[in-house]
Design a protein around this ligand. Structure first.
Ligand code: ARG
Ligand code: ZN
Length: 854
């Protein structure tokens, strides 16, 4: 069945409060619920009470204290025909968390119990109107064996606890804040806490706990610091204070997604909590900071103001991603953060927008909502919020968010409510801007700057067009805020950044006082999520790569310079390589450049990004062209790279910006030294591996070795396995590194790794480590034999029986089949058809596969 946005109807019954009782057991849990049900005053008909259920059978039903038999199970949902307007409904169900391999609802992760309810997992715990516009007060009593579950956690505050017979104990938790069922959470297990505290700016103390397994306690410090920084930041930047006396985080090793913002009890994939320098890379540390902040920020953008229905998902996710991006930019380098955000957008969202699964940030329909936790809803959603912030300016944007929180506190709101708050608070008309909520596809903007020396004017001609799902480009009228600057062609100076807003299919902007033909710096800071086609020459791009004062635009100029050369190589059109070498030479010689930024500047665009620039992707040709250029750059600057490599030699480990920059540049220069094919490359990488006192250096060295034929590669991989086989998160890296290898035997190796004793389909992190590593390896996943596709198809079919949500995540890698050259395209489609023909497919997988083949 297809759920449509336009079909939204307000609920016929509300549940102002619910009392839950859990008799916990790993393979047998009894859930008793008591619902206070009220018929909606606006309901026109005597509609029955419909309670969602998934895989549940009621063992007892009571209404107002009396046994009640007038109920029906319809498609797993419980329907009760109730007279009148208010009742107490009691339901008992029994569930088995140990067999819950979907990891939705209440499930066992090793020997602990935990929950994941967003989006529709609560209905796997008890019968309930499992939709986000039903807000209820929860009181929860949980009871279980004291030895198995010494720690009992739930949302809100613990108000009582005690012991009962047979070694059992219980805790009573009340959450004073009404919430939708998707924010319910419960954890029971043998856990220890890193405990700290935070005092809100109005002086209220908050107890903070990060709960982990015993041995992991020393790896929780970074997450705790991130939490405290987030709490302070949200007070300072958005005026938002925390609203309970307790904030709990639990790290879980089996988890479908990154983390979950349950009220007062965030549950995390352990990879976004646990870190120390020996096991976590700098990127891992950043991931932790960003996700801890993200989930904390949801307390306001998500929990206090929630979503009316799941079509509004971007209301909380787009806004919260924007908030966590801004936070990370403030904590570290804003320039590096922006480059990272755009890299993710281009790697994950642009392909989505260009393929068969394209959807607007506010989808119009879905079959399975889990399939819409996408880069479009999250990351493009964040870009849409960012554009509003750009159009309004910081001060008016803050007025808009204040008004939004104020108006909708305690409500289930819509994307439209957010835009209206921006309009009212920011005193702006966003009428046409709403196109971003309705329109799939990435807008293309073509830009041409011309100059008239007589009048001293420069004219910028902009045109926009749009296409989705491979359809031809059509003129479009999106509202696109574009930051530009006109640079002096000699000095690179300019008279200030300007914001031009394109809101028609074609528009021209004129700039006075331009004696010489200026150089166009455009979409500075990536002010709009578009594909820019500028008529700038290679010389102009090279100039910008050494002169632009906007770090993103500078980075982008270098990327464009390299990308257009490589695309030309692949399509067999002549292009100038020397200008790239000169541009790289210039930035390498610029000793004012921050080392981390230099590392970004000199990296080539990814093979996937290059593929996205082409009408028909031939992975091998792209790979070869890119490797050739890498090799040339390596040879040309070998001595310089070696000097930089040695200058970046690490001292004692530190997470400060300079030390991190050194680690980053060291890894990038090592890559280029290896690309130059010098004889000592493997030895150099092996030395780095052996001497490393941190995971960033270790993984960097292994990454370089993983592509090589040298025996050092075998030694290092064997050593790494031996050292880290007991640390699941690090072992994941071992799988990923091999799956990402450019070696021609990678398909075979991945096949073998799937049979490795440490591999399992029941842990989503392990599955992603191996198979997402592989599908992201463009040249090897797209092995012309089609073996890579078959492997993914077989894996999806098997995994779908256990964990549909994670299985469905792999469909998009095959779903882009129309973009590839004929031979591969056919084989990809065959793999999709094989999945489509498998029996008993989940809603998750069948929606993605059928859309991909349509
Ligand atoms: N709301 C969570 C977050 O963004 C993600 C939960 C996704 N869950 C799911 N079943 N798709 O932080
Ligand atoms: Zn989120």
């Amino acid at each position: 069945t297809i759920i449509r946005r336009e079909d939204y109807r307000p609920p016929a019954w509300f549940i102002p409060s619910i009392a839950l009782d859990f008799q916990l057991g790993l393979d047998h849990t009894v859930v008793h619920s008591l619902l206070d049900v009220r018929r909606s005053k606006s309901a026109k008909y005597e509609e029955p009470l419909l309670l969602d259920g998934d895989g549940l059978i009621p063992t007892a039903v009571k209404v107002d204290g009396e046994a009640w038999t007038d109920w029906q199970l319809i498609d797993g949902n419980l329907q009760l025909s109730l007279p009148g307007t208010a009742h107490e409904v009691e339901i008992t169900v029994e569930i088995d968390p140990s067999t819950n391999t979907q990891l939705m609802g209440l499930y066992a992760s090793q020997d602990m119990l935990c929950t994941q309810c967003e989006a529709e997992g609560f209905r796997r715990i008890t019968f309930f109107p499992d939709r986000p516009d039903i807000l209820s007060r929860y009181s929860v009593r949980m009871e279980g064996d004291k030895k198995t579950f010494p720690v009992l956690l739930c949302n809100g505050d613990k108000v009582a606890e005690g012991e009962v017979d047979n070694g059992r104990h219980w805790a009573q938790w009340n959450d004073p804040w009404p919430k939708p069922s998707y924010l319910f959470a419960l954890v029971a297990g043998d856990l220890v806490a890193n405990t700290d505290s935070f005092t809100t700016r109005s002086g209220k103390p908050v107890e903070l706990n990060i709960w982990v397994r015993d041995g992991d306690l020393p790896r929780t410090g970074h997450a705790m610091q991130a939490l405290k920084d987030s709490m302070r930041w949200d007070e300072e930047v958005y005026g938002r204070e925390y609203d309970l006396g307790l904030f709990n985080i639990v790290a879980v090793s089996d988890f479908n997604m990154g983390a979950m913002e349950n009220k007062g009890l965030n549950i995390f994939n352990s990879r976004y909590i646990l870190a120390d320098p020996e096991v976590a890379t700098d990127a891992d540390f950043d991931g932790i900071e960003g996700v801890v902040a993200h989930e904390y920020f949801h307390n306001w953008s998500g929990n206090r103001v929630t979503c009316r229905d799941w079509f509004q998902l971007s209301l909380k996710e787009g806004f919260t991603v924007y908030r966590d991006q801004s936070f990370s930019a403030d904590m570290g380098s804003a320039a590096l953060k922006r480059i990272e955000d755009v890299r993710i957008l281009r790697a994950a969202q642009f392909p989505e927008d260009a393929g068969p699964l394209a959807h607007p940030i506010r989808p119009e329909s879905y079959q399975e909502i889990s399939n819409f936790y996408t880069a479009t809803v999250y990351n493009k959603g964040a870009e849409v919020i960012r554009m509003m912030a750009t159009l309004l300016g910081a001060e008016r944007f803050r007025k808009g968010t204040d008004l939004y929180f104020d108006r909708h506190d305690g409500e289930a709101a819509t994307c439209e409510d957010f835009v209206v708050a921006m309009e009212d608070g920011g005193e702006i008309d966003l009428g046409k801007f709403r196109g971003w909520y309705r329109t799939p596809g990435t807008p293309r903007v073509s830009a041409k700057l011309s100059h008239n020396p007589q009048t001293g004017t420069a004219k910028l001609d902009l045109k926009q067009s749009l296409s989705a799902n491979g359809a031809p480009q059509q003129p479009s009228e999106m509202v696109i805020p574009i930051k530009i600057a006109l640079l002096d062609p000699v000095t690179g100076a300019h008279e200030g950044e300007q914001l031009v807003t394109l809101d028609q299919a074609a528009q021209s902007f004129t700039f006075e006082g331009q004696k010489d033909h200026p150089i166009l710096s455009i979409n500075r800071g990536f002010s709009a999520p578009i594909i820019l086609e500028s008529s700038r020459t290679a010389e102009e791009l090279a100039f910008l790569s050494s002169h632009d004062d906007d770090p993103f635009a500078r980075f982008e100029a270098m990327q464009q310079l390299m990308a257009s050369y490589l695309v030309a190589q692949v399509t067999g059109t002549p292009a100038d390589r020397d200008i790239i070498l000169q541009a790289i030479g210039a930035v390498l010689a610029d000793d004012k450049i921050d080392r981390a930024f230099l590392a970004e500047l000199i990296q080539l665009p990814s093979e996937a990004f290059l593929g996205d620039q082409m009408i028909e992707v031939d992975p091998q040709t792209i790979h070869d062209a890119r490797e050739k250029l890498r090799g040339k750059i390596g040879v040309q600057f070998e001595r310089k790279f070696r000097r930089l490599y040695n200058q970046c030699e690490p001292g004692a480990f530190s997470l400060d910006a300079a030390a991190r920059a050194d680690r980053k540049l060291r890894n990038v220069t090592l890559g280029y030294i290896a690309a130059s094919q010098v004889e000592d490359a493997a030895a150099l990488a092996f030395d780095q591996y052996r001497d490393a006192n941190n995971m960033t250096a270790m993984q960097g060295a292994l990454g370089v070795l993983s592509h090589m034929d040298a025996e050092e590669r075998t030694w290092a991989l064997e050593d790494f396995f031996k050292r880290f086989k007991d640390n699941a998160l690090v072992l994941d890296k071992w799988f990923t590194l091999q799956a990402m290898s450019q070696r021609s035997d990678t398909v075979k190796r991945v096949e073998r790794l799937a049979n490795h004793p440490e591999f399992t389909l029941s842990n989503p992190n392990r599955v992603r480590a191996l198979y997402a590593g592989f599908t992201n390896n463009q040249v090897r996943f797209h092995d012309p034999s089609g073996k890579g596709y078959q492997m993914i198809a077989d894996m999806v079919i098997e995994l779908d029986g256990q964990n549909p949500q994670t299985a469905a995540r792999f469909i998009p890698s095959l779903g882009r089949w129309r973009r590839f050259e004929r031979g591969r395209s056919d084989l990809m489609r065959l793999a999709l058809e094989k999945i489509a023909g498998a029996p008993n497919l989940s809603k998750d997988v069948s929606e993605q596969v059928s859309k991909s083949l349509a």
